[in-house]
Design a protein around this ligand. Structure first.
Ligand code: SAM
Length: 232
């Protein structure tokens, strides 16, 4: 199948994600991988605020998939802080084109994100904030325009879960460098989790050095295995 050019990140010569089934893929690799439901329900009724970190905001497909997942999980009144980072932010028009393939599954969520993202001043480095209201509660997107390590250093409160989605390590080794993974480990609560699509040895070793115990899980789509990490 010919891949439309807007789906390929020209800075890395790599697609933002696999176009077929990317919403379901995200749920399997990242949300079940990081045990999001366990994290949310183990906290019980008392705790209603959760922090997630993502390396590589891209077109916001993971965020769309997460809101869809949480809308369907039956929880209410929760507050999610979603910290993400993007070094090469795309325009809202391009975001809309990239996400268009999921319109049947997630049309209202795509419209909500694109409408709000349009107001983000993508040429200005640093934090940008967007509030998204959903049936599960409120999601606050804190988007750092700039380099991933800067964003992790700028976080003042550690995250409950991390989604590592920064292109493959061969195409973009920077997103998997030891220094960054160590900083992510420091900004993860004990018992928190991380998940990623790559099982590359350097990534596994980097996450172990960063304080995670790692486990390979069965993959989905074209991926034989994927990775989950638990912060010791
Ligand atoms: C695979 S894409 C992310 C896809 C995204 N999670 C989604 O679901 O739409 C990886 C993203 O990381 C960004 N990126 C790559 N290196 C980066 C870096 N060092 N710091 C911040 N962002 C980076 C890329 O520009 C790209 O948008």
């Amino acid at each position: 199948m010919q891949v439309p050019p807007y789906l390929v990140n020209e800075h890395y010569d790599d697609r933002y994600f696999d176009v077929v089934n990317a919403i379901e893929e995200a749920k399997h690799i990242f949300f079940r991988g990081a045990g999001i439901m366990d994290i949310l329900s183990a906290a019980g009724a008392k705790r209603k605020e959760f922090r997630i970190g993502e390396t590589g905001f891209g077109a916001g497909r993971l965020l769309i998939a997460l809101m869809d997942f949480l809308d369907k999980c039956g929880l209410t009144d929760i507050a999610i802080t979603y910290n993400s980072v993007e070094l090469h932010p795309i325009t809202s028009e391009r975001m809309a084109s990239i996400l268009e393939g999921f319109r049947t599954e997630a049309g209202p969520l795509i419209d909500l994100l694109v409408r709000n993202y349009r107001r983000v001043e993508i040429s200005r480095p640093g934090w940008h904030q967007v509030h998204l209201t959903r049936p599960f509660g409120i999601l606050t997107l804190n988007l750092w325009i700039g380099e991933a390590l800067e964003m992790v250093h700028a976080l003042t409160i550690p995250c409950d879960a991390w989604f590592l989605d920064g292109h493959g390590p061969k195409k973009n080794p920077d997103m998997w460098r030891r220094e960054l993974l160590m900083a992510i480990g420091e900004k993860t609560v004990i018992g928190g989790a991380c998940a990623t699509f790559t099982v590359a040895g350097a990534v596994r070793r980097g996450l172990i050095a960063a304080g995670f115990s790692v486990e390979q899980r069965p993959g989905v789509g074209g991926k034989k295995s994927v990775l989950r990490g638990l912060k010791r």
